[in-house]
Design a protein around this ligand. Structure first.
Ligand code: ANZ
Ligand code: ZN
Length: 669
């Protein structure tokens, strides 16, 4: 042995010893207080790069720190293993998704072990294994029986490149697919939804959790609560049975300023309200709108477009005839899909009115200001041009108009949310099959719990058609009805992988239980998670779904806590060559060669010293070499002190020591 720092030897020896002594195996039988330190599990893409290490190593350092402080620490690791990339690999290389995924798991587990973390691998979960997805399906059934899962026809986001349906949350960056960046289009399909909107209000309550402001704000904006009123405009049209159209407005106090009325191009009344003279222009416009995403449609500053339908509604407060237009900035899925246009006090309406020469009438005046305004005024003020409401403050007017409308039966106060139900069905193979059956006699029938899991057939064919390969697997599709025993067909859609990750932290607490999704005693011991760490990019996907899932399980009386993650921490990102390190950008640094040459501790130390964890930092080879040298110096210093100490002992006691490892010659002249 020599004095040099030799991580290959040192780390191997210690990692073996930890394993041999089972020192990181945790149990619920402990006098120490529990601490559940959770790190977002990785997707099985095949290889961990330094960016992944930045998520794993500092969180492991913290878990070790809590352990040294005397806590009983659960710090598990597992794999998010269902999803499209596995299926794409199957299409392009002919490997079965399961083979591709499990090979990746093997490699990533080896890499994770080289980190030298305190993971208790007995708690590992892999979401694509039947022992796991059996319970994902079981949760689907529980949600179905609680009225929280339902099927409906809906315009869905469709990625023409991935040939797959996307959830709203998966449409990112101005309307592109979160996976491949292709602009997303719409399709009308029968889909499965989870009723997350039932929890919209409760999900806005963050009072019992300690989360970064930024994430809470993102969830708040995503849920998008709006307080206002639903008010109706009357429709007097001989051929239409409907006698009114309702709009949602946050400013009922501006109702005397309405000079036009807007419908979403997709609104069902549009064909009925279009006059023959306007039909050609309206049809053209509707077709043109199909090419824009919701994000583009509602962007501020976008050039306003629209077409007059040739018909009118009546403003009930003053009897005025208001022309009906369609425009793309009114979305069919928000509010009622109809808007009262108030150009003096709404920016988009102002631009619209200017473009089409529609009059602008001021009805809210900034205090002490009486002249006609020349630009849009969106604030509060004094009501003008509003008949008997003139002179009231806009707040008073808001209430007075709401009460007046309500007394006439023309409207009511209302709160709406931007949040939509969570679309969970995917026309894909590599996911948990939705455990439902279609029977000609009994209709839609849930698979019985004792028949779970509904297994993926191993023999599916993978073709890039956009339809689930399950559709063409006869052995899968044909089944018997759980109710009447007659011939029936299985649902061939699979579940969004975000369903698998909405409960994996529960499974970690008892990953081997065969007859329950989780062992309640162990669950109650470890949950809720004390510290959850991961990337901020999951703010409205995984982190919102997991909260919804927890609340739904609480209402089913399966668990007795409301929030899954007490404390959340988002680490920063690792930058390399000027951009976020990621596989898709092609700027990844593979940890393996650094670990084998300089040791895991050098990589860990480098990542810890790069700066505060939440800010991230830049990977630099020279910086890394500096850290490695520093570790070397510390090692030598300690070794020298040790040998010097031993030598001094030898001299003072006159008892010769047995210097078999040759250390003495390095230090003694
Ligand atoms: C009249 C009005 C006057 C409005 C005014 C605002 C200001 P938030 O806050 O986002 O909820 N709106 C209603 N339904 C819509 C739809 N389906 N697509 C696009 N816009 C819609 O916005 C609510 C406001 O957005 C509503 O209040 C309505 O315009 C518009 F001075 O009504 B407002
Ligand atoms: Zn039946």
């Amino acid at each position: 042995m020599n004095l040099n720092y030799n991580p290959q030897e040192i780390e191997k020896r210690w990692q073996q010893k930890w394993e041999f002594d089972h020192i990181y195996e945790v149990s619920e039988e402990s006098e120490r207080p529990k601490f559940y330190a959770l790190t977002m599990f990785p997707y099985t893409s095949g290889d961990l790069h330094i960016g992944h290490w930045y998520a794993m190593a500092p969180s492991d350092v913290y878990a070790r720190f809590k352990r040294m402080q005397g806590y009983n620490v659960l710090h598990p690791m597992g794999f998010d293993a269902f999803g499209l990339p596995a299926e794409n690999a199957a299409i392009s290389h002919g490997t079965h998704p399961s083979t591709w995924t499990m090979e990746n798991v093997e490699n990533m587990r080896r890499q994770l072990k080289s980190i030298g973390a305190l993971y208790d691998w007995r708690h590992e979960v892999i979401t694509c294994l039947p022992e796991y997805y059996k319970w994902t399906q079981w949760f689907f059934l529980q949600l179905y029986h609680s009225g929280l899962a339902y099927r409906a026809k809906a315009p869905v986001n469709w990625c023409p490149n991935c040939q797959a349906v996307l959830a709203n949350e998966q449409v990112v960056d101005e309307g592109s697919c979160w996976r491949c960046g292709t602009p997303v289009t719409k399709r009308n399909l029968e889909q499965w939804f989870f009723r997350i909107t039932k929890y919209a209000e409760e999900l806005l309550d963050f009072s019992n959790i300690d989360w970064p402001e930024r994430i809470k704000t993102m969830q708040k904006n995503w849920i998008g609560k709006s307080i206002g009123a639903e008010v109706s405009f009357s429709l007097e049209h001989a051929d239409i049975s409907q006698k009114e159209i309702r709009v949602f407005t946050t400013r009922p106090d501006t109702i005397y300023g309405v000079t036009f009325f807007l419908l979403a191009p997709e609104h069902p009344l549009v064909p009925l309200l279009t006059t023959p003279e306007q039909k050609a222009a309206v049809d053209d416009y509707i077709n043109w709108c199909k090419h824009s995403t919701d994000y583009e449609r509602t962007a501020v500053g976008r050039e306003k477009t629209g077409v007059f339908l040739g018909n009118y509604v009546i403003n009930r407060l003053n009897g005025e005839k208001i022309p009906i237009w369609i425009t793309d900035y009114v979305l069919p899925s928000y509010g009622t899909g109809a808007v009262m246009g108030v150009p003096a006090h709404d920016e988009r309406d102002f631009d619209f009115a200017n473009k089409f020469n529609i009059p602008v009438r001021t009805v809210i005046s900034p205090a002490n200001h009486t002249a006609q305004l020349t630009e849009v005024y969106a604030g509060q003020g004094i009501m003008v041009n509003s008949n008997e409401f003139n002179g009231m403050s806009s707040e008073e007017g808001y209430n007075a108009i709401c009460s007046f409308m309500a007394s006439k039966g023309w409207g009511k106060r209302q709160t709406i949310y931007r949040l939509r139900d969570w679309l969970i069905s995917r026309q894909r193979y590599w996911g948990a099959p939705i455990p439902m059956v279609y029977c000609d006699k009994c209709g839609l029938v849930p698979v019985s719990e004792k028949d779970l899991p509904v297994l993926l057939p191993p023999d599916a064919e993978f073709k890039p058609t956009g339809e689930s390969p399950l559709k063409y697997s006869q052995s899968f599709v044909n089944t018997t009805c759980p109710k009447c025993g007659g011939a029936a067909k299985r649902e061939t859609d699979t579940m969004d992988t975000f369903m698998c990750s909405s409960w994996y932290f529960l499974r970690y607490t008892s990953p081997k239980s065969n007859d329950v999704a989780f062992d309640v005693k162990k669950l109650n011991y470890w949950m809720p998670v004390d510290l959850y760490t991961g990337g901020a990019e999951h703010a409205v996907l995984h982190l919102l779904y997991s909260r919804f899932f927890t609340k739904a399980l609480r209402d089913m009386k399966l668990i007795d806590f409301d929030e899954p993650f007490t404390h959340l921490y988002n680490q920063g990102t690792i930058i390399y060559h000027g951009g976020k390190m990621s596989k898709s950008k092609g700027n990844v640094i593979a940890p393996d060669k650094y670990v084998s040459k300089f040791g895991a501790d050098a990589v860990r130390a480098y990542l810890m010293f790069i700066g505060p964890w939440e800010f991230g930092g830049e990977w630099s080879d020279s910086g890394f070499v500096g850290i490695s040298r520093w570790l070397n110096r510390i090692w030598k210093l300690l070794e020298k002190s040790y040998v010097t100490f031993m030598w001094a002992m030898e001299l003072s006691s006159n008892v010769p020591l047995n210097w078999t490892d040759g250390r003495k010659q390095h230090i003694i002249p």
